[in-house]
Design a protein around this ligand. Sequence first.
Ligand SMILES: *Cc1c(COP(=O)(O)O)cnc(C)c1O
Length: 397
Amino acid sequence: MKDNDLTRRQFIAAASAGSLAAVASKTLPAYANIGKKAGKLAILGGRPVRTKRFPGWPIWDKNTDEELILSVMRSGVWSRNKVVAEFEKKYAQLMGAKRCIGTTNGTNALLTSLHCLDIGIGDEVLVPPYTFIATIDVIFLCGALPIMVDTDPETFQINPERIEEKISEHTRAILPVHILGLPANMDKINAIAKKHDLLVVEDACQAWMAEWKGKKCGTLGDLGCFSFQNSKNLPCGEGGAILGDDDRIMDKCYSYHNFGRPYGSVTGRGNAILGTKCRMAEYQAAILLAQMKRLEEQTQTRNENAKYLTSRIKDIPGIIPHKLYDGVTRAAYHLYPFRYKKEHFNGVSRGKFLSALTAEGIPCSRGYGQVNKGDFFASSKEFVGFNRLGQCPESMI
Ligand SMILES: *Cc1c(COP(=O)(O)O)cnc(C)c1O
């Protein structure tokens, strides 16, 4: 297994014009020269490099975790109550934020945040296109326009050098996404926001425990949003949270997420302000409290593994690992991104490369597509009636 592994690495390292394409087309001449030990690629019927399955996700402890959920069930109190409050307190502490509000999911955490910062019709929000669709959805759902700022291909994050050229008289906020769990350049983003008097809402839905200069992602802007969906590093099936230090804004977020009922500085009779309902349930919080105990160690493991992986693939021509900005003191590594340059593999397509990798027992996804080129994007522009406002700048995409 180990031998096989090594020789395949040598093979990939040695793959230059001709060899991998030959492999892909099943003719194998250059590949055969590397030596018998390399064996056949799994995609061509050889033995996979890895036969052991990757660990499943999520993981939980049969005794302690299941007991926590059962105790919620047996209490008969399933809606937002003490367990959610306990989670909020602990998560705020862990992240270094003054306050935390649990929500049904990350999408609603983002929507609540934008709404409660008064971002709405006629406003523009600067956002990277390389993200999960929910980031863009929520801007449209507020009645605002998402304005795309190019991604820095080396870090996969919003390119701070390209932000200012997209600022207009309608711009209200920057919505950086710490996509894949790698921090965006928050020093530059916050400096631009300050200079132009813009709000910053962090989409930290993939960045639990990630840090910029020792401070946690999600605590670096006006509000920070998290997701605890099943696939995430801190999972509870569906769940989300908002972090913030400003009591007035957090009171408003709390009220909004609870039908607009009075809360703290939000006063009035009955339903004080317009609201929705996206409260976290006690079950969600119980699972999160259990999962949170493992998060520090898991984050450490993810960082160590990522470092090791980088050290082993960085010298392979055509494989370009992501870069972290200098200010990153820790990443969350929800995913580990690298770029693939087919020129170094004699034009073998990315899809074919991914199929070959998967066949070797190494799962690898193709990443996010072009959200701003999707049908939903075009129809949303019509739906929200931006044309009526005469405000549908081509610069948004
Ligand atoms: C998961 C995710 C969301 C949405 O969170 P949900 O909990 O699925 O609603 C938003 N933005 C990013 C970047 C995400 O990864």
